[in-house]
Ligand binder design. Sequence first.
Ligand code: GDP
Length: 197
Amino acid sequence: MIVKSAEFICSNTQISKLPPPEKPEYAFIGRSNVGKSSLINMLTNKKGLAKTSQTPGKTQLINHFYINEHWYLVDLPGYGYARISKTKKEDWNKFIRTYLDKRESLQCVLVLIDSRLEPQKIDVEFCNWLGEKGLSFVVVFTKADKQSGLKTDQNVALFRKALLETFEEAPPFFITSSENKLGKDEVLGFIDEINKT
Ligand code: GDP
């Protein structure tokens, strides 16, 4: 798929104010600093579309971007901030989990994982929760340019192994780098395929 247009539609703190669920929707989520904004900008060819390096925990918004006048790319707030209060974390949980659980137009969740790290408990637990809810998800490993391919492959294998403790089959995964556009065609091609069905 070639992204011809990517338009910011709205930022929301309330589920009730989301756009009508009339278009296929793909949600991007991951720990703060995982490289989510950079990935969204890379996929859409728009440098400033998603704001990179926001102050952690400051904005807890669901951002909708309309792609090719056909589908929504949804930028969800990052999880796993060390510095935010328990109440804020609970608010995050409620808000995002309600969105994920109830959004009828949601086709797939793209869970972003930093390819430099060995499996983190919070990421594995989040994937397990998606599985429990019966939500379709894929894993997108980010920042692959930052270390050797061998190291990336090792971390990918460890993450898959961690998921296989819960899942019968590991979900599809993508290895990406916003720095050199690695994985761009694969991620967009995957979304394209679902949109065609
Ligand atoms: P977010 O908080 O998940 O939206 O993360 P950002 O996109 O703001 O990225 C966090 C930091 O990682 C920034 O300094 C980015 O420049 C850097 N970064 C993000 N993606 C990549 C990547 O693919 N390669 C490299 N080398 N750095 C990246």
